[in-house]
Design a protein around this ligand. Structure first.
Ligand code: BGC
Length: 798
């Protein structure tokens, strides 16, 4: 577990020693005088500046329940600045001791929901809403977006991440960062990088080829950095090709600062790494939440010259460059602008943000299968003016999951609109006897699972109730009392633990429930819909033939119930597309060969300790595959790049998602002007309902098989406006020659081969709608030959 450091006391002492009364200085921090302020700082102040001030989990902290803050030096006008998690909203206690007010932030949508919108504007709006609340509540810095690649469906933090594709991840991440920073709040994309599993997250070494690192894992961050210029980046817990990411000069300085030109401030993940001086030397400017031993180590190294003063000064300078942009430095504060009043987000803004959650939550829902039953009952309700009755099965229908667990979830007491509430508000009648049955069932399960009550906060997702099974009589009564059955399935995960292979499949009780309800409803000529309230893909292939419609709702934050009802009712025409592949079985993806899918609880528990307290690990322990090191043998063939290039069937491909209308594509053009390729296509709504459509542009390189390149790769995408039936929009997308490059390890260069490339407009990685070709010029760019894996990897090739 995280330690809450007593570090604050030390900081206070230094402030008293060096501050106000003893060393009054005329020098006050301004954006223009950072170099002079660095010069005016004492060595001790510098050593404190590069460390956080502990976590703020006590009742009497200024912002209880938040991740931390930065060091302040009153005499130089350097204020304390405050940070908090997460990508789904401001994680902070809503109640404070001796304060009658509530501080409820908005529970926005999970990242996976956001990515499923394939809408950069939606990402901006969510980022802006969160950035606004951080500022209005008096803080400066949000520790998000989390944007590691979805390499495996079992990673415990997938719901915090965007996609298996670096372009989609990078562009959605960029939209979010721009939104956050448009409010004067610092964003902090994380966890940099190749932090794709939670098992032994503090010590595992990701062993990745230079090519996969450049083309896949770094690429997502590179796109985001270049498009949105985040003020800060969080380095990850894991080691990468040897050293800890947080202590890796080649990664942090050579690639990101020297090659990409990024000038912001790095902060470590909380207690990451094991050598504070190495982190400073690597260019990692700030270590959070800060430890006494780190302070001593940095101070001694600075005194002995092991840590050159110019390096420490550069770290401090980058921190001050962040500080001068913050709300607390600018005293920007909340919108009322009165310095004396308590920072609080206005009711008006919270209301506007709730609307964003509702809309983005609905736009991120992915319709996977539809017999025609959806939209639900609109004819009965609207045409005949009758009630449409739904029977809700599955514990999740009554215990909706709005987001993940751990520090990546908000879940700090804010409401979640339930499915029942959402459906009722949309005009549906919810079959009552099941509400009573499930209320009792859930209460009994709660007692069974938590005989001593639930723990107040745990990193691990709490155990969920087993499914209730029904007698034939109970089912017949439900069929009598409803027009349709809706079964909800839920999965919740969070940081510090991955899901197990079992969790990918239905539990016995879930499978029995689906079978029994489907058989009974079908026997009476009625249909069954399944909602997937999940944190990451699960098996659907083995059971979806039994049901009539399948809707992946993901986890949509506080307005979930209304967002789901908006889509089921047809108020919103679904336009979400999968940001990752739904594989048929666990093990189908090549990356599954190297992932800790079946680690027993005892080992997991022990690793938790090794992570934070390595000295207590048994000495005789040998490094174990997928726990101590993970070989990324699939190389660049992550997600659809594998299934598509090797002709493997999937349950649902990357980019898939149905609509209540249909779209046709026409007049595809592709023109090359120097290094820029412009693609245009007409998209027409050919169905009967208004809807938005995602236009996916994949590109195939010539001789891809011979050159060991993926069959095709996502190079751009666009989302149309709401098109009325018959209405058309011309969509324009640009790709540069550089965007088509692969990384050539031998030459240590990005290279685009000259030749005829195929530009495809797709409705998923498996569905090419129309295509054309264009001749592309050769392009190349040499980069540093760094980040070599220090083991020989047995890499997959086409
Ligand atoms: C998580 C980060 C988070 C940090 C601060 C760590 O355990 O990995 O994502 O920002 O804690 O709470």
């Amino acid at each position: 577990m995280k330690k809450i450091h007593k570090f604050n006391l030390v900081c206070m002492a230094v402030v008293i020693m060096c501050g106000g009364s003893l060393r009054v200085s005329a020098q006050q921090l301004k954006a223009e005088n950072i170099d002079e302020v660095v010069k005016a700082m004492t060595l001790e102040e510098k050593c404190h500046m590069v460390l956080g001030r502990g976590m703020h989990y006590n009742d009497d902290d200024k912002f209880p329940g938040t991740a931390g803050s930065t060091f302040f030096v009153d005499r130089l006008g350097i204020p304390e600045t405050y940070c908090a998690d997460s990508q789904q909203g401001l994680r902070m206690n809503a109640k404070r001791a001796w304060d009658h007010r509530d501080y409820y932030p908005t529970d926005f949508v999970a990242s996976m929901t956001l990515a499923s919108t394939w809408d950069r504007e939606a990402a901006f709006k969510v980022g802006q809403g969160i950035g606004n609340e951080v500022r209005e509540f008096g803080l400066d810095w949000i520790l998000s977006p989390a944007m590691n690649l979805i390499r495996n469906p079992l990673c415990g933090r997938n719901h915090e991440y965007y996609s298996e594709d670096p372009y989609l991840s990078g562009t959605i991440g960029a939209g979010y960062v721009k939104g956050v920073q448009s409010e004067g709040t610092a964003a902090c994309p994380k966890h940099f990088v190749a932090n794709n599993q939670e098992t032994n997250r503090n010590n595992n070494i990701s062993q990745v080829s230079q090519r996969a690192l450049r083309e896949i894992y770094l690429k997502a961050f590179e796109i985001m950095v270049k498009e949105s210029d985040p003020w800060t980046i969080m380095t990850s817990y894991n080691k990468l090709n040897g050293p800890y990411a947080v202590q890796n000069y080649e990664l942090l300085t050579t690639i990101v600062r020297d090659e990409w030109g990024w000038k912001g401030m790095y902060v470590s993940d909380w207690n990451a790494g094991d050598d504070a001086v190495a982190a400073m030397l690597a260019g990692n400017d700030m270590l959070q939440p800060g430890q006494d031993k780190q302070y001593q180590a940095i101070l001694e190294a600075a005194k002995s010259g092991k840590l050159p003063m110019e390096v420490l000064d550069a770290n401090v300078k980058r921190i001050l460059e962040y500080v001068v942009k913050t709300n607390n430095f600018k005293k920007a504060g909340h919108s009322c602008g009165k310095p004396c009043c308590v920072p609080m987000c206005s009711a008006e803004n919270l209301k506007a943000h709730a609307q964003v959650v509702r809309e983005v939550g609905a736009d991120g829902i992915v319709l996977l299968k539809n017999s025609g039953i959806l939209p639900l009952g609109s004819e009965k309700i609207k045409v005949k003016g009758e009630k449409f009755k739904v029977a809700l099965f599955g514990c999740t229908s009554y215990d909706w999951i709005s987001g993940g667990s751990g520090f990546g979830g908000t879940s700090v007491g804010h409401y979640t609109v339930s499915l029942i509430e959402g459906l009722r508000a949309a005009g549906y009648e919810v079959y009552k006897p099941l509400i009573a049955t499930y209320t009792q069932h859930l209460a009994a399960e709660e007692k069974r699972l938590f005989p001593n009550g639930r723990p107040p906060f745990s990193l691990m997702p709490p155990a969920r109730a087993d499914e209730k099974q029904f007698t034939a009589d109970e089912l017949n009564a439900a069929i009598e009392g409803s027009d349709v059955a809706i079964i909800s399935l839920g999965r919740k995960s969070g940081e510090a633990a991955d899901r197990s292979e079992n969790d990918f499949y239905l539990k016995e009780g879930e499978a029995q429930l689906i079978k029994a309800v489907s058989e009974a409803y079908h026997a009476k000529g009625k249909q069954v819909i399944v909602l997937l309230d999940i944190c990451s893909p699960i098996d659907v292939a083995s059971w979806q033939d039994q049901i009539d419609a399948l809707v992946c709702t993901w986890q949509g934050g506080q307005e979930s119930g209304v967002s789901v009802a908006d889509v089921l009712s047809g108020k919103v025409n679904p336009s979400g597309k999968l940001p990752m592949t739904f594989q048929i079985k666990y093990g189908d993806a090549y990356a599954d060969k190297n992932f800790p899918a079946n680690v027993d609880d005892k080992t997991l528990g022990a690793m938790f300790m090794w992570g934070y307290d390595k000295d207590k690990a048994p000495k005789e322990r040998q490094p174990q595959k997928d726990i101590d090191f993970t070989n990324y043998e699939e190389d660049i063939y992550v997600g659809y790049r594998y299934f598509d290039s090797f002709g493997k069937p999937v349950a649902y491909p990357f980019g898939f998602g149905l609509s209540y209308t249909t779209f046709a594509y026409d007049n595809l053009t592709c023109s090359v002007d120097g290094d820029i390729i412009t693609v245009t296509v007409d998209v027409k709504n050919t169905g009967k309902r208004a809807g938005r459509n995602v236009v996916e542009l994949f590109v195939a390189a010539p001789n891809s098989k011979k050159l060991n390149k993926p069959e095709k790769e996502l190079r751009n995408y666009a989302k149309t406006r709401l098109l009325q039936p018959g209405e058309e929009e011309t969509v324009t997308m640009k790709v540069s020659t550089e965007d088509l490059a692969s990384f050539n390890e031998k030459a240590s260069a990005w290279k685009t081969d000259a030749g005829t490339y195929t530009f495809m407009i797709c409705s998923s990685a498996n569905d090419v709608e129309t295509k054309t070709t264009a001749k592309v010029k050769a392009w190349s760019k040499k980069v540093n030959n760094v980040m070599k894996p220090n083991v020989k990897l047995n890499l997959l090739k086409r």
